[in-house]
Design a protein. Structure first.
Lengths: 115, 112
C-alpha cells in the first residue's frame, strides 16, 4: 500500500491567495483526519470525517478554512484567503475506523508558507 | 477530555532501555492509550496502543497502570534512529476534535 498521500509537499504563496491541500487516504480506511502543526500550538486536529461525513470541525480556526471529502478516496483542505499565520505543516491521516481501537496512519505532510 | 501530560524532554544512552512516562488522570473507561512518534521532517507514526492490558510489539512495550491513570512506553534498546518526539494520546471513539489533538510530546535524545 502506498500509504496516505498528500500533495503538494511544499507550497509557497502570497497572502490573499487561495490554497488547496489534497489527501488520498489508504484504501479501505473510512476515517480521515486533518491536522495542523506549528511550533506554538503543536499538532492540533482541525476536522475529521467518518464515511465521508464531517464529524467534528470545531478545530477549524475560522471561516477561511474549509474541508471536503467528496468520496472515500479524496479529501481537500482549502484556505481562502490565506494569511501569513496559516504557515504550518498540514498533515492528513486515515484510520480503518473511528479513532480509539483503530490507529491513525499519517501522510508526509504539506508544508505551507504564506508570505 | 482525557488530557495527557508528558515530560518535555528525556535523554538516553544508545542500547539502553528507555521508559517514557505519560499521565492521563482524567481518562475514561473507553479511552484507548495510543503512542506515536515523529522523526524530524516526517509525519507522526504509530508505535503502540492499548486499553487495559500491557502490550508488546516489535517496536516497543506499553505498560498501563492498574488504575489506567498513567502509562509507560518502553523502548528495550534505544538506537540513534529512535531519537524523535513521542506523543501519548488518549483516543476515544467519536471523540471531539479537541480530544483528538496531540499534546507537545517528549523529545527523546539518544546519545551514542
Amino acid at each position: 500500500d502506498a500509504g496516505v498521500i498528500q500533495s503538494p509537499r511544499h507550497e509557497v504563496t502570497e497572502m490573499g491567495q487561495e490554497v488547496t491541500l489534497r489527501c488520498k487516504p489508504i484504501s479501505g480506511h473510512n476515517s480521515l483526519f486533518w491536522y495542523r502543526q506549528t511550533m506554538m500550538r503543536g499538532l492540533e486536529l482541525l476536522i475529521y470525517f467518518n464515511n465521508n461525513v464531517p464529524i467534528d470541525d470545531s478545530g477549524m480556526p475560522e471561516d477561511r478554512f474549509s474541508a471536503k471529502m467528496p468520496n472515500a478516496s479524496f479529501s481537500t483542505l482549502k484556505i481562502q484567503p490565506s494569511e501569513p499565520r496559516d504557515s504550518a505543516v498540514y498533515f492528513c491521516a486515515s484510520s480503518p475506523g473511528q479513532a480509539g481501537a483503530n490507529v491513525l496512519t499519517f501522510g508526509a505532510g504539506s508544508r505551507l508558507t504564506v508570505l | 477530555d482525557a488530557k495527557t501530560t508528558q515530560p518535555n524532554s528525556m535523554e538516553s544512552n544508545e542500547e539502553e532501555p528507555v521508559h517514557l512516562p505519560c499521565n492521563h488522570s482524567t481518562i475514561s473507561g473507553t479511552d484507548y492509550i495510543h503512542w506515536y512518534r515523529q522523526l524530524p521532517s516526517q509525519g507522526p507514526e504509530y508505535v503502540i496502543h492499548g486499553l487495559t492490558s500491557n502490550v508488546n510489539n516489535r517496536m516497543a512495550s506499553l505498560a498501563i497502570a492498574e488504575d489506567r491513570k498513567s502509562s509507560t512506553l518502553i523502548l528495550h534498546r534505544a538506537t540513534l534512529r529512535d531519537a524523535a518526539v513521542y506523543y501519548c494520546i488518549a483516543f476515544r471513539t467519536s471523540g471531539s476534535a479537541r480530544q483528538l489533538t496531540f499534546g507537545s510530546g517528549t523529545q527523546l535524545t539518544v546519545l551514542p
